[in-house]
Structure formats: structure tokens, C-alpha cells
Write a protein that binds this ligand. Structure first.
Ligand SMILES: O=C(O)c1cc(=O)[nH]c(=O)n1[C@@H]1O[C@H](COP(=O)(O)O)[C@@H](O)[C@H]1O
Length: 237
């Protein structure tokens, strides 16, 4: 059991601005932050990201993955207009891509601003041993997450996106300071959908997640705010 308090991020995965507004306003008091990702950003644009996150802590999840120069330039363009609290690049881009991302973020953050935290996505929670094998990786998801996690933190990432299954081993390898942001969360009774490495909110909190990310179990619920409150209650157990 850890004394860390685990916070809840709602993934606002829709390309419909009106639907997104409804969810964000319904969830205002029951989640700690919102995540806007590919679907919302491509569907509604960066101005809508800015607009929707005005009164919310923002995790902007665009999972950048390209050559170091392109990712660093992309981040500089992005941060001209937005100041998310958390943002993502893929760890598989390698150490130089992560170093250059960190430099770009630091360059773009003025002294009065809080610097956005750079998260490296390790192995997607939709992947299991079979999918890893299919992309030519023979290691277990756990070993691969630990390898990528150590590399990413050394290269300048503030934290990682991982599944709850890897939290304990990552804490042993990296200590308490690495920020661990954990999707693949399913409260009991919810279907896994396309997620493979799944745990409940309580299990992720007990393992030591800093943040959990929950999408469909909240947004597809009959009462999203109630579903979010139930998850928050589970985090306190
Ligand atoms: O970076 C992420 O947030 C992410 C990484 C990962 O490995 N797995 C993962 O599911 N996510 C995101 O977390 C959210 C999970 O949504 P649900 O499966 O609906 O709870 C989605 O917005 C995914 O894009």
C-alpha cells in the first residue's frame, strides 16, 4: 500500500465538440484532469483544445513519434498556443528524440509558467505478448516496459505511460519521482474493449499510480459523473 494519492484523468475521446463540452462540464467536479487525444484534436482542432481546457488541467495526448528534429519542432509549434500539464511522445522514438523534446519544452516555457511534464509512452496497454511478438519483440511486456522506461527517464522524460501491471517493477527500477500515468483501467464489471493489460482503479492506486486515465467506463456510462465519482471513491480505498 502506498501513501501516494492517485488522481483521475477522464479521456474525452470524441470528435464531436458538443459531446465533448457536455462531458467536460458534467465531469468538472468529479475528475482531476481531462485528456484530449488524437480523436478530439484531429476532429475539432487545436483551438478547440484550448477552449475546452480553459478551466481544466489538461493532458494533451498526441503521442508524437518521428525523427528528433521533427518531434522537437512539432512540440515548439504546439506550445506556441497551448500549455498542457502533461504531454506524450513514444519512448520507441529513442533517447535523442526524448532529449530534444525535453529541450524544446524547456525553451518554450517562460519562467512564470509551469513546465509541461514530458511523458514517454512505453508499450501500449492494448498490446500483449502476442502483439509484441508480431512487431518483432521477443521480450515480455514487463521487460520491454522496464527497458524503455529506464531509457526514457535517463533521456529527460518526467514520467511514463504504462499499464498498472508494470508499476511495482518501475518503482523498484526508477524510484518514487518518475510520474506514472496509467491507462488500461477497468472498474469491476466493465468490459475490457481493446485493452489487454488491465487492472481496476483500486489495484492501480495500491500499486502506486500517480494518475489513472479512464475513458469509456466513464463516457459510455449512463451517468458519467456518477461513474467518475465511483472511480474516485475506489482510489481512496
Ligand atoms: O497515452 C495514453 O493515454 C494511452 C496509452 C496506452 O498505452 N493506452 C491507452 O489506452 N491510452 C489512452 O488512454 C485512453 C483509454 O481509454 P479507455 O480504454 O476508453 O479507458 C485512450 O484515450 C487511449 O488513447
Amino acid at each position: 500500500m502506498t501513501s501516494r494519492s492517485t488522481k483521475l484523468i477522464a479521456a474525452i475521446d470524441t470528435a464531436d465538440i458538443n459531446q465533448a463540452r457536455k462531458w467536460v462540464s458534467a465531469l468538472e467536479d468529479s475528475v482531476d484532469a481531462i485528456k484530449l487525444g488524437l480523436e478530439f484534436t484531429y476532429g475539432c482542432g487545436l483551438e478547440a483544445v484550448k477552449d475546452l481546457s480553459q478551466n481544466q488541467r489538461l493532458f494533451l495526448d498526441l503521442k508524437l513519434h518521428d525523427i528528433p528534429n521533427t518531434v522537437a519542432s512539432g512540440l515548439r509549434s504546439l506550445l506556441n498556443n497551448l500549455s498542457p500539464e502533461l504531454l506524450t511522445v513514444h519512448a520507441l522514438g529513442g533517447p535523442e528524440m526524448i532529449e530534444r523534446s525535453r529541450e524544446a519544452i524547456e525553451q518554450k516555457t517562460s519562467t512564470s509558467q509551469t513546465r509541461p511534464k514530458l511523458l514517454a509512452v512505453t508499450i501500449l496497454t492494448s498490446m500483449n505478448q502476442q502483439t509484441l511478438n508480431a512487431v518483432g519483440i521477443a521480450d515480455t511486456p514487463l521487460d520491454q516496459v522496464i527497458r524503455l522506461g529506464k531509457m526514457a527517464i535517463k533521456a529527460g522524460a518526467d514520467g511514463l505511460v504504462c499499464s498498472a501491471h508494470e508499476i511495482t517493477a518501475l518503482r523498484d527500477a526508477l524510484g518514487e519521482n518518475a510520474l506514472l500515468v496509467v491507462p488500461g483501467i477497468r472498474p469491476k464489471g466493465n468490459q475490457a474493449d481493446d485493452q489487454q493489460r488491465v487492472m481496476t482503479p483500486a489495484q492501480a492506486a495500491q500499486a502506486g499510480a500517480d494518475w489513472i486515465v479512464v475513458g469509456r467506463p466513464i463516457t459510455k456510462a449512463a451517468d458519467p459523473a456518477q461513474a467518475a465519482r465511483a472511480i474516485k471513491a475506489e482510489l481512496q480505498l
